[in-house]
Design a protein around this ligand. Structure first.
Ligand SMILES: NC(=O)c1ccc[n+]([C@@H]2O[C@H](COP(=O)([O-])OP(=O)(O)OC[C@H]3O[C@@H](n4cnc5c(N)ncnc54)[C@H](OP(=O)(O)O)[C@@H]3O)[C@@H](O)[C@H]2O)c1
Length: 238
């Protein structure tokens, strides 16, 4: 049986990844802090699945928990690092900024590193990380979130180079959504995709072992545009 782990599976994109991967016959390892939500998801899916409570902000402990889960499951071929936090706060508040750094940077790197080392040992595998289109620009309102996602996308590029150098069949996928309708997003921004549509596109890209997946596909245009628009013009809007 194919096995996959989703880190950040208790709501939004991670929850829907669980639903759609289970429908494709995957046995899942579900990780996040809210164990009740993970249990609810596991109970709603066909088949039996594994649950591991974890807080990726406690990076070293979370690494142990991921290693334990891999050992309990047996032979995991896909690990998706989806856990992430944003902020709706307009003030610059260190406690909030620090949480984004702890989860989106330290936690992200810690989990990706365990996954890569495991796949090298296994001789094969697929690491996917959920970054954001926000990785490609900065703005005064969400500066730490954007910077943390720039880290995630850049880090995964580096992991892809390591995978290529290893000569092993290890795939690294960078997922960069624009706006997806989940508890993380406030209001109705432009080009907001439903979580079902966004995850259908993600799963299709994962099954094709793509290097990059833009969600929805039209966001690739935004990313390309942002690369050529001067900073002074971007600053007028965000
Ligand atoms: N929605 C969008 O428009 C959008 C756009 C671009 C990128 N993204 C990215 O997509 C990913 C999923 O976000 P979402 O929109 O689905 O939001 P969400 O519904 O808030 O889901 C976030 C997930 O991350 C987990 N998480 C947060 N902090 C954690 C921690 N310290 N330890 C372990 N797990 C933690 C949450 O679980 P617990 O709270 O139970 O721990 C939850 O499962 C994030 O990385 C986000 O940055 C979202």
């Amino acid at each position: 049986m194919k096995q996959a782990i989703i880190i950040g599976a208790s709501s939004g994109i991670g929850w829907e990844l669980g639903v759609q991967l289970a429908a494709k016959g995957y046995q899942l390892g579900l990780m996040a802090r809210r164990d009740k939500c993970l249990e609810k998801l596991a109970d709603s899916l066909p088949g039996t699945h594994f649950i591991q409570t974890t807080d990726v902000a406690n990076a070293e402990q979370a690494q142990e928990e991921l290693n334990d889960l891999i050992e309990r499951m047996g032979d995991v071929e896909l690990i998706i690092v989806n856990s992430g936090v944003g902020s709706k706060e307009k003030r610059l508040d260190w406690i909030i900024e620090r949480e984004m750094i702890d989860v989106n940077i330290r936690g992200f790197a810690a989990m990706s590193l365990v996954a890569m080392n495991y796949f090298v040992k296994r001789g094969d595998g697929h690491l996917a990380g959920v970054s954001s289109a926000a990785a490609h620009f900065s703005g005064g309102l969400t500066l730490t979130y954007n910077a943390s996602k720039a880290f995630a996308s850049n880090y995964l590029n580096g992991m892809r180079s390591r995978a290529a150098r290893s000569k092993l069949p290890i795939t690294v996928t960078t997922i960069e959504p624009g706006f997806v309708e989940t508890p993380m997003v406030e209001g109705r921004p432009v080009w907001m995709a439903t979580v079902e549509k966004a995850v259908t596109q993600m799963v299709a890209g994962l099954m094709k072992k793509r290097d990059h997946i833009y969600i929805t596909r039209r966001w690739v245009l935004v990313v390309r545009l942002l690369q050529i628009i001067p900073d002074w013009l971007i600053r007028k809007f965000i």
